[in-house]
Design a binder for this molecule. Sequence first.
Ligand code: FCB
Length: 455
Amino acid sequence: MPGTIEAMEGTTDFAWGVGTSAYQIEGAWQSDGKGESIWDRFLHDRGIRPDGDVACDHYNRLDDDLDLLASLGVNAYRFSTAWARVLPDGIGDVNTPGLAFYDRLVDGLLARGITPWITLYHWDLPQALHEQGGWPERVSVDWFARYTQVMADHFGDRVKNWITINEPWVSSFLGYRDGIFAPGEQDFATALRSAHHQLLAHGVATRIIREAVPGARVGIALDCRPAIPASPAIEDIEATKHFDGFRNRWFFDPVFGKGYPTDMLDGYSATGRLPADLVLAGDLSTIAEPVDFCGINYYTSIRIDASAKEQEFSEGPVGNPAAPGHTEMGWRIDPDALTAFVRRVHDEWQPASIVITENGASFSDEPGIDGRVHDMARIEYLDQHISQIDQLREEGIPVDGYFVWSFLDNLEWVSGFAQRFGLVHVDHSTQVRTIKDSGYWYRDRIATGRANPAG
Ligand code: FCB
């Protein structure tokens, strides 16, 4: 296939990685001075088990996990830092042992030839800040600025790839509108406030990192849900446009300098859900601080009808076995929607670079009698999605990295350990790790240096 080899050769800086987040793997929720986060409190208060107290015990198994990571052949690792491990109350004194843990992580990656990609915020707000109002309060932007400054000053000599915030839609709407994620509030306007302040915090942090870190590459990881009308009926087409505004445009538009979409502003305002004092002078230019790359988290597309225009739901049954064409999250498998969405990002929002910061599938295969985990469905999912990258690059779209979610089977938030996304199986009662067939497959795919070795 013409162009394929050229597309990927000479791009040794293409980031082939895996991702994790602090709360989902670290455990050690109170160790060495770490403060409480909203996820600690949310799951404890509700008695939801398993929680993140131990998770994958990564905090205590760091060196072995880094060796495991290296054996996957990745050249990049995306992880998040727990704000409350670094600043236990969110704003006050720095917790030196917390920084020391991330020093060991960063240095251990570099020693193994793996480039660290830090995500500063993957949903675990310090509980102490929640008690002062959390993200719905505008002062949260200042809190995040201080945390960012501490991190950039400390790690900037070694870390050049920075992701400010992960999936502001999910943490704002599931956390503040639906109440099913931490901190468990249920108010639409509050969710909008959280989202707006997270976007502002992203813009402010981008400036801070750029000033503090020579050669920094800064971006945000936005979740996307490509939406397709459930039928050609006009109501379904309109509902799909609304869903796209609610879920995608509300975030991509302001980050890329277009401001909030007017159809959505009008709609939220007409239904009395838009706080009047939400957007102040200068906010939109802060949010639109230029980024070096746009991170896209993609898992699935969704069929929308008039009843679902502001909902989050799984199309298929959740659990094992997965329905045909779906993962165990009930998420439709749709690699073409990734391609289409990346094209759209390139055309409509024109970031200088695009990185697939999350993509992966939940299938709960267990080790067999041969001791191996034959997770064929995951291999197929990854193959279908990774193969899109060559095509996109041939079209001249600057896709510069791809991160499988996830390195390890981890705590899938309120779904606990039931949903397994890892390339590495974790037995959560013994903490024994087993590289799945997909992990070996990914290692071999990376070694070819191309997204589509057959191309
Ligand atoms: C994303 C999250 C990540 C993980 C995957 C399955 O929304 O960023 O932490 O839960 O979904």
